[in-house]
Design a protein around this ligand. Structure first.
Ligand SMILES: Nc1nc2c(ncn2[C@@H]2O[C@H](COP(=O)(O)OP(=O)(O)OP(=O)(O)O)[C@@H](O)[C@H]2O)c(=O)[nH]1
Ligand SMILES: [Mg+2]
Length: 304
């Protein structure tokens, strides 16, 4: 009897692994990953830890560079802290405004020096191969925008909507790079709890997959001055904006949606939802710890 049970457990472990892979249909096959010289992990500067934890299970232990996107919307001190945090764990780390281009030149310089380093180890006939990089990260984080910036093109479709890029595409331009642009990291319906609130706030989750009231309350609890309940704060905020329904009461639905929209646009200030002090990440290079933000029947969030 015992060997049979053991056998079943093994199958279950294999199918669990397979089911995680299936949730990201856009990730290229192992063979294509083998062509990649370096992986750029894109993390939204407002939620770096959640972004990285979401991506990590797919590309564990790969040589990577961290790119904190949307730094123009995040608290600059926190962003500097996060760059330092990832760098102190042995990974090059950059903040890049992929919309306006700030920080792209520094990242390009780093990639050029990386190519020179790799070329120095190759036979002369292979020297002209471009550096191949893959962009990876949550939906809507700025992967396609960064691809365009790095290549100096507009070949990769981009836009303010999670899930725009549907499949992985190699992009070439002038210059020394070939870039594999990929779809957003995961079926975010698997993400639950606080991670879901953060990803929804940053718009990595489509609008039909979260409750606007929950996300607005979550953000209000972070933003409201001390002593203000989120509910009361949101009502006052909606009233001040003139978001009223026909009867003159605050239109709460519109208030929630507008509040979230203004957070996303940086209109509530430059806000970061995760501090480097709370970074529960392992010590080794690229080691982002074992705790996942993806909750399946087999993994429960800590403390629940
Ligand atoms: N403010 C700001 N907006 C950015 C930045 N980078 C990208 N965006 C915007 O974010 C939105 C998403 O950009 P994309 O490049 O399409 O993001 P993506 O990661 O390719 O998205 P998917 O393909 O849907 O996974 C677009 O509206 C961009 O203009 C940035 O650094 N700052
Ligand atoms: Mg894209």
């Amino acid at each position: 009897m015992a060997p049979q049970r053991h056998g079943r457990n093994k199958v279950t472990a294999r199918s669990k692994k397979a089911s995680v892979k299936k949730t990201h249909p856009g990730l290229p096959a192992e063979k294509a990953l083998g062509l990649v010289d370096v992986f750029l992990f894109l993390a939204d500067a407002r939620i770096p830890l959640t972004s990285v934890k979401l991506a990590e299970p797919y590309l564990r232990k790969r040589r990577r560079i961290y790119v904190l996107t949307k730094p123009d919307l995040a608290d600059p001190k926190m962003t500097a802290g996060w760059v330092e945090f990832f760098a102190s764990r042995g990974n090059p780390s950059f903040a890049v405004d992929c919309k306006r281009g700030g920080g792209v030149a520094r990242l390009l310089r780093h990639l050029r020096s990386m190519k020179a380093e790799i070329d120095a180890k190759k036979p002369a006939v292979l020297l002209h191969r471009p550096l191949r990089i893959m962009l990876f990260g949550p939906p809507n984080v700025g992967k396609s925008s960064l691809a365009n910036r790095l290549l100096g093109t507009t070949k990769a479709p981009f836009g303010a909507k999670p899930g725009l890029t549907r499949s992985s595409n190699w992009l070439k331009g002038r210059g020394f790079l070939e870039i594999l642009d990929t779809p957003g990291v995961v079926d975010t319906s698997l993400v639950k709890g606080e991670a879901q609130m953060k990803l929804a706030a940053a718009w990595a989750i489509p609008d039909n997959r979260y409750d606007a009231a929950d996300v607005a309350y979550y953000l209000a609890a972070k933003i409201a001055p001390q002593g203000h309940e989120p509910e009361e704060y949101l009502e006052e905020w909606g009233a001040a904006k003139g978001l009223l329904s026909e009867g003159g009461l605050v239109d709460l639905k519109r208030t929630y949606r507008t509040f979230i929209h203004e957070f996303r646009e940086g209109l509530l200030g430059r806000l970061t939802l995760e501090s480097p002090d709370e970074g529960q990440i392992g010590e080794g290079p690229g080691d982002t710890g074992k705790e996942s933000v993806i909750e399946t029947n087999n993994t429960k969030r800590r403390g629940e």
